[in-house]
Design a binder for this molecule. Structure first.
Ligand code: ATP
Length: 211
């Protein structure tokens, strides 16, 4: 009882900024990066979590040391750059190792994001991340926006973009959270099954409707 009492009296953490954070997500090939670029065109800042993570693994020495400790020296090449291919091969079919790697990388991205938020002044700011719901980051956002499209359309787009085979894209897709679960969790949904003009129009409507 005593504990419960002190718990209820705990002060709310200070917000990092007065901006409202909107989480923007979608599975592979859904079009979330394309939507994010439109959002920037409409004048709102976007934090690209997955892109930033790629930079952070090369910029942060403490992180580098931890990753080498987990995966070995080969995690970085002779120029000291993150060896994405090697790391990918190590973790692709080793769930435990992937979890441990994520436990190193995700907190660093979180800190980087918080630093970014503190610098923002717009009333709406966006965080693009593939793992919004998986990492429960939606709980830290004012609203969540999901970009989705039919599986076949997404696969075709990624095949064209990355010259991957149908099976390769499908294998990645199968490892991600099912679309139906994401749809249940999202506050707003952008269905990206047609063309870029439609996508831009829907994006504009959704973001200017956020209250
Ligand atoms: P990933 O998670 O794989 O990085 P993503 O969700 O960020 O994917 P995008 O990179 O935005 O997806 O889109 C995937 C590909 O599909 C890109 O080449 C993009 O230009 C194309 N694309 C997205 N939406 C449309 C659309 N409505 N019409 C035509 N092409 C599209």
């Amino acid at each position: 009882m005593e504990e419960l009492h002190s718990e209820t009296q705990k002060a709310e953490p200070e917000p990092l900024s007065s901006s409202k954070i909107i989480g923007l997500t979608g599975g592979i090939g859904s079009g979330k990066t394309t939507v994010a670029k439109f959002i920037e065109e409409f004048g709102f800042p976007v934090y690209y979590s997955d892109e930033r993570a790629k930079d952070i693994v090369n910029e942060n020495d403490v992180l580098k040391a931890k990753i080498k400790e987990l995966l070995g020296e080969e995690a970085y090449d002779e120029n000291g750059l993150y060896n994405r291919k090697f790391v990918g091969e190590q973790v692709f079919s080793n769930k435990d190792l992937l979890e441990q790697l994520n436990e190193i990388i995700h907190p660093a991205v979180r800190i980087d994001f918080e630093d970014w938020v503190k610098k923002q002044t717009k009333y709406l700011i966006f965080k693009e991340t593939a793992l919004l719901f998986e990492l429960k980051l939606n709980k830290e956002c004012y609203k969540s926006v999901l970009v989705t499209a039919e599986d076949n359309i997404r696969i075709k787009r990624v095949m064209d973009r990355d010259s991957k085979t149908y099976r390769e894209v499908q294998a990645i897709m199968e490892k991600q959270m099912p679309e139906k679960d994401k749809i249940k969790l999202a506050d707003c949904i952008i269905y990206n099954n047609t063309n870029l003009e439609d996508l831009k129009e829907i994006t504009e409507k959704i973001i200017f409707d956020i209250e």
